[in-house]
Ligand binder design. Structure first.
Ligand code: BES
Ligand code: MN
Ligand code: ZN
Length: 490
């Protein structure tokens, strides 16, 4: 997708579709009026006919302009209330527009009001690029779709350098988000822990990051016993992945971003029923976010040191599988009583978090498709956030709000803590069903020492069963944008 500026009058710009924005209750003035006039009131008539009022997410396609203006069609899109309008609205619009013009157009143009503020072109381009995502590599006939090749911003106010900077940033964001989406969408037969490690080393090589990968023997030698235990039911060997980004100028501040990388979660001996097992290829969603973030960080070059840590395994049944009643000594020496082998994410994360503590980082953020309970509580579009440091949680919530990824904090209610106290070990890996997202976070808390830590449970938003206006079905890459925003401020 190429992005270009045109200083021509919008009526003269040539494209397959001209996108016209419309605020709620807006008068026909300026550009909208001139287009409407040229089309003999067609915009006005069709809007009335279709009861279009300018809500975000609503649009109408005028499928011919009969040669009266340069563009062949007009797509009117709602921009919502003028007072609510922001770059985020434009990101949504970008996603929506791509869906509406799909198959019709290789060149689309936007009227000047789409590029009126700083960050607007970037947000719109991000939406367009993310909206074009599809995962069809396993479909035999996957060509046909004519994609949008060129996007014209009709404006004589925007500088070439602004266009370049903003669209390049949008590309970084969408490429890293789409990497995370691809990894989640890949079937588990392809995306094994070893494959994930290969992808990680490619990301590292491309971005000049330090990359350490521990194989089975190294994981065993180091005593990453949680990861060992979970992987023991599988033929696929586990991997522990550590990428490091060093800022151009030495910095004291460092952060670890930690991801759950279960490439398939069958539940292990506590086997999931068939309906719950389906979609469990997404159980490496947290690790996909880590790789997406590291890919972007390598280009955006923030001034702090960033560690990306992934504990990756399958969770399978097998003659050597770990069992309920087993006791595991985690990497930090704490003992874990296994209550349920399906609560495996927290077991592998116990090692990855302890490892982060050893790196003496200033902050730890983990992302994990950790609990069904979090989805029950918050639905499929909102991640749960918990932790031991309210300031860090607030900062991440602010970042997520500003980029349009929804997070909501759940309380670390001390009365619930007894749920995971064990008779035989330091801690149990599962409590009752009640407050399951919270007790999972409380389990993790045992492995972060006193380092400020936030845990993001992305079980819901990492993977969507159906398309929505601004999210694809399948892997979403949820979390990539929030963590990039948090780390880089951009
Ligand atoms: N990977 C699942 C959580 C999950 C469920 C993610 C649905 C996305 C969609 C996790 O490993 C799991 O199985 N959790 C159990 C924990 C329970 C056994 C304490 C759960 O949520 O049921
Ligand atoms: Mn599980
Ligand atoms: Zn899992």
């Amino acid at each position: 997708m190429d992005f270009v500026l045109s200083s021509l009058n919008v009526l003269k710009v040539k494209a397959d579709v001209l996108v016209v924005g419309f605020f709620k209750g807006q008068k026909y003035s300026g550009v909208v009026k001139s287009i409407n006039d040229s089309l003999g009131d067609a915009l006005k008539n069709i809007s009335e006919e279709e009861r279009f009022e300018g809500d975000v997410g609503k649009s109408i396609m005028l499928s011919s302009t009969f040669g009266k203006i340069g563009c062949k069609r007009v797509l009117i899109v709602g921009l919502g209330e003028k007072t609510d309008f922001s770059a985020l609205t434009l990101k949504k619009i970008g996603n929506l527009v791509i869906k509406k013009v799909k198959g019709l157009s290789s060149v689309i143009a936007f009227t000047p009001e789409f590029c009126n503020g700083p960050g607007h072109i970037s947000a719109l381009a991000e939406g367009l690029l993310l909206g074009s995502y599809g995962f069809d590599k396993y479909k035999t006939n996957n060509s046909g779709n004519n994609e949008v090749e060129k996007v014209i911003f009709a404006s004589n106010k925007v500088k070439e350098s602004t266009l370049k900077d903003e669209t390049e940033f949008a590309r970084v964001i969408s490429e890293s988000t789409n990497l995370a989406r691809d990894l989640v969408n890949e079937p588990p037969v392809y995306l094994t822990p070893s494959k994930l490690a290969e992808v990680a080393s490619e990301v590292a090589e491309e971005g000049n990051l330090k990359c350490e990968i521990f194989d089975y023997a190294e994981i065993e030698r180091r005593g990453l016993n949680g990861l060992m235990a979970v992987s023991s039911g599988s033929e696929e060997p586990p991997r522990f992945i550590h990428l490091t980004y060093e800022p151009p100028r030495k910095s004291k501040k460092s952060i670890a971003v930690v991801g759950k990388g279960i490439t398939f979660d069958s539940g292990g001996l506590c086997l999931k029923p068939a309906d719950s097992m389906r979609t469990m290829k997404m159980d490496m969603g947290g690790s996909a976010v880590v790789l997406g973030v590291m890919k972007a960080i390598a280009v955006l070059k923030p001034s702090i040191k960033v560690h990306g840590l992934i504990a990756s395994s399958e969770n399978m049944t097998g003659p050597k599988a770990y069992k309920p009643d087993d006791v595991i000594r985690a990497y930090n020496g704490k003992t874990i009583e296994v209550i349920n082998t399906d609560a495996e994410g927290r077991v592998v994360l116990s090692d990855a978090l302890s490892y982060a503590v050893e790196l003496k980082v200033d902050e730890i953020v983990d992302l994990a498709t950790l609990t069904g309970a979090c989805m029950v509580g918050l639905g499929s579009y909102t991640a749960g956030i918990m932790g031991n440091d309210q300031k860090l949680i607030d900062k991440i919530r602010n970042a997520s709000d500003s980029v349009g990824e929804k997070t909501w904090q759940l309380p670390m209610d001390d009365e619930l803590r007894v749920e995971i106290s064990s008779n035989v070990a330091d801690i149990k890996n599962a409590g009752s069903r009640m407050g399951g997202a919270i007790t999972a976070a409380m389990f993790l808390e045992n492995f972060v020492g006193d380092i400020p830590w936030a845990h993001i449970d992305i079980a819901g938003p990492a993977f969507l069963e159906k398309d929505s206006n601004w999210n694809p079905k399948g892997g979403t890459g949820f979390g990539v944008r929030t963590i990039i925003k948090y780390i880089t401020g951009k």
